[in-house]
Design a protein around this ligand. Structure first.
Ligand code: NI
Ligand code: MN
Length: 226
């Protein structure tokens, strides 16, 4: 599967010719100035929770592309009020299949409210399964023992995990999370965007290596096959 990094926790993943976009936060991200937001392809937009650094560009991209918004009920309703008419609400544990993939909503340990104070439901993550492989998009989360269920139920090609500490798990817990989900091929996210989540990428890479795992930090705008 082709993975493109748009900065912070925003990724595009191509699955069976469909473009899946996760947590678009680009126009307010000073590190993502080089990303041409109007050229980002999306057939589906996944939103893990309501925080601004995960949903800021969802409305504009959904309206331009006509992509289907996939998120919890509260977040779907929030965007429905803004004129988004293509959405699919799911809640923790639930999922559904399209022709290209199946998505399941999984637990994240985090909060979820919109910038204007509107309740954003429960924060979550997504497991995507397809004929091309399976992957886990963790969203913002602490390490949780429930991640073991993801490892028991899925063979993952790669997992996108937050490593920035402060608001989510940091390096040590992310290594544990990789163990829990039984995946040695990790893509790092939710780091460096703000001062509070600046990390030492070299040290993080070394720590993963010591644990027998690989973490990739994609350049913003970079596309790589996983
Ligand atoms: Ni958050
Ligand atoms: Mn966040």
């Amino acid at each position: 599967m082709k993975v493109t990094y748009y900065g912070h926790s925003c990724f595009g993943v191509e699955v069976k010719g469909k473009h899946l976009l996760f947590d678009p936060f680009i126009s307010y991200n000073p590190l993502a100035k080089g990303v041409k937001i109007d050229e980002i392809k999306a057939d589906y937009i996944f939103l893990s929770h309501a925080h601004q650094d995960h949903v800021a560009d969802a409305e504009a991209i959904a309206k331009r592309t006509g992509a289907v918004l996939i998120s919890n009920f509260e977040i779907c309703m929030y965007f429905a009020k803004k004129g988004i008419d293509k959405f699919r609400p799911i809640n923790t544990g639930g999922g559904f299949s399209t022709k290209a993939f199946r998505v399941q909503s999984v637990i994240a340990q985090h909060s979820s409210s919109f910038e204007d104070g509107v309740y954003g439901g429960d924060a979550g993550g997504f497991v995507i399964s397809s004929e091309e492989g399976n992957f886990y998009y963790a969203g913002d989360t602490a390490l949780t023992y429930d991640m073991k269920l993801i490892g028991e139920g899925n063979t993952l090609s790669f997992a996108l995990l937050p490593v920035g500490d402060n608001f989510t798990m940091g390096c040590t817990d992310a290594i544990k999370a990789a163990e829990f989900v039984k995946c040695n091929n990790i893509i790092g996210m939710h780091y460096d965007t703000f001062d509070l989540i600046k990390i030492d990428k070299e040290k993080t890479t070394e720590a993963f290596e010591k644990a027998g795992k690989k973490i990739t930090f994609l350049e913003i705008g970079e596309t790589k096959e996983f």
